[in-house]
Design a protein around this ligand. Structure first.
Ligand SMILES: Cc1cc2nc3c(=O)[nH]c(=O)nc-3n(C[C@H](O)[C@H](O)[C@H](O)COP(=O)(O)OP(=O)(O)OC[C@H]3O[C@@H](n4cnc5c(N)ncnc54)[C@H](O)[C@@H]3O)c2cc1C
Length: 463
């Protein structure tokens, strides 16, 4: 019996036969994720679809006893190769564990299974007047388990924070199959170490999340979206401080550089002004009665920052049109060349124009086409590099440019990733961002939770 047939045979004692995939074609699909250029030649041995916590516990116990690697998988949309099964093994797909177990209006909490789609949760809590703000741009498909594991953020981070700010409690299956409950169901907690935070951003390397209790907040009554253009990038970035000085606190301040504006306009003809160096899309939310005042103040601060062509969209359709333009940046960049690779870095906001300018200079040095977007309220920038990964020179130049992007972000007091994580994509650069002692403690923690190194091995760092 081959090793794969043996694992299948053993897993059939835990799961129904139709919840286990082992054909080469099926395993091939699960050897990759949303990361461009990160395809693994190693296939998983099997892909399983548990429906209960007990099944997940039995799978982990079996895998640990037999030292078989295990990779949890939500929608597979992460951008750092975090789901790629570098050592084969079992992929646990959470598609069938996608239930919203409770939305508690009084406590303002939701308890959900790990495979719950983020957008679905947002829709359901909205029906009760509540709001779950973390909003990775692909929230229509990505899962809560994936968002927790990658510490996902999104455009609304400036005002509302990221996934880590909303996780109150977790149920985690440990490498040996034990079920660990960490955190609480309450909004505040000062009862010992915050172990739940340890699992956030751990990319499935410390334990497998099966359930979580999340904090919710009241749904903002209304929103407005404002777009403004600038002749230079520093005016755009400086405008954020002017907004906060005037007590304006937008939920989103998204940035597009000139190349992005031109590329979107080239392919989608949405009416953007292409000779401007930067554009901001700013979303305000709050009470309807406050909106006119907020908009007037925002416009004043934008004018003080030398912005022009300021457009205010009031109706949902007008707002959607502006957001559609911003969201089209990735697909527009993808039309320039066969491939597009999105990166993710963050610096303190005071250094953001230096980061954007530096990225452009690095792009020019290596002859790369870069469309830069970002969440400038947070200092988080995403250079989207359009290239042909099959062209050896371009692929090599991208690798060199990427290393320089990271060095620049770190030199500017920032770090390697704001919201996409490390996976295998960035692990070679981890020691540039973190001290040796910090990495040593991370490894000690990993060893304690997963002594046999079966949980998503070789991600974040090598043991
Ligand atoms: C078009 C596009 C836009 C995006 N926009 C954003 C954005 O705005 N902000 C942002 O932060 N990210 C963004 N991302 C990245 C992606 O959305 C996030 O990394 C994400 O939340 C992944 O969710 P997922 O369900 O696809 O997880 P997956 O990719 O399936 O998994 C990601 C990691 O989580 C682990 N994992 C999954 N489920 C579990 C579990 N139950 N327990 C333990 N570990 C688990 C996996 O092993 C892996 O390490 C974007 C991606 C795409 C493709």
């Amino acid at each position: 019996m081959t090793a794969i047939a043996k694992i299948k045979n053993d897993l059939e004692k835990i799961l129904p036969k139709d919840s286990i995939l082992t054909s080469k074609e099926e395993r091939y699909v699960y050897s990759q994720d949303g990361t461009n250029g990160m395809e693994s030649e190693i296939l998983p041995d099997s892909v399983v679809f548990p429906e209960t916590v007990e099944q997940v516990q039995k799978i982990l116990k079996y895998a640990n006893e037999n030292k078989i690697p295990v990779v949890a998988r939500g929608a597979g949309t992460n951008l750092v190769g975090a789901c790629v099964p570098l050592k084969g093994g079992i992929i646990i797909n959470f598609t069938k564990m996608d239930k919203i177990l409770e939305i508690n209006k009084t406590n303002m909490t939701a308890t959900v299974q790990a495979g719950t789609i983020v957008g679905k949760l947002q829709e359901e809590v909205k029906k009760q007047g509540l709001f779950f703000p973390p909003d990775p741009s692909n929230l229509k498909v990505s899962t809560i388990g994936g968002a927790i594991a990658q510490s996902a953020g999104g455009p609304k981070t400036f005002k509302y924070g990221t996934t880590k700010d909303y996780v109150l409690g977790l149920k985690v299956v440990l490498a040996d199959g034990n079920l660990l409950k960490v955190g609480v169901n309450t909004i505040k907690n000062a009862t010992g170490y915050h172990l739940e935070q340890l699992f956030i951003g751990s990319e499935g390397t410390l334990g497998i999340v099966v359930e979580t209790t999340l904090k919710l907040i009241p749904q903002p009554e209304t929103t407005r979206v404002v777009m403004a253009y600038f002749d230079n990038i520093s005016d755009a970035t400086d405008s954020v401080t002017k907004m906060t000085d005037s007590n304006i606190y937008p939920s989103t301040i998204d940035f597009m550089d000139n190349n992005t504006i031109k590329t979107i306009e080239k392919f989608y003809h949405v009416g953007l002004i292409t000779d401007k160096q930067a554009a901001l899309i700013i979303e305000l939310d709050g009470l309807e009665v406050s909106m006119d005042t907020q908009i007037e103040r925002l416009k004043e601060t934008l004018v003080q920052s030398n912005a022009d062509n300021i457009v205010v969209s009031v109706t949902k359709e007008e707002q959607e049109k502006l957001w559609t333009a911003r969201r089209a940046s990735f697909s527009a960049a993808a039309k320039l060349k066969p491939d597009v690779v999105t990166n993710d870095m963050i610096v303190p906001r005071e250094n953001i124009s230096k980061l954007v300018q530096g990225i452009n200079e690095i792009g020019e040095k290596y002859g790369l086409t870069i469309c830069t977007v970002g969440h400038i309220g947070d200092g988080n920038i995403h250079p989207q590099v359009a290239l042909d990964l099959n062209n050896e020179t371009e692929a090599e130049n991208y690798q060199k440019a990427k290393a320089e992007f990271y060095e620049l972000a770190i030199k500017l007091n920032g770090t390697l990733s704001a919201e996409h994580g490390i996976g295998c994509e960035k692990k070679a650069f981890l020691s540039k961002a973190l001290s040796p002692l910090s990495i040593e403690y991370m490894k000690k923690i990993k060893k304690m939770f997963d002594p046999n190194n079966i949980l998503n091995p070789d991600k974040i760092f090598d043991m």
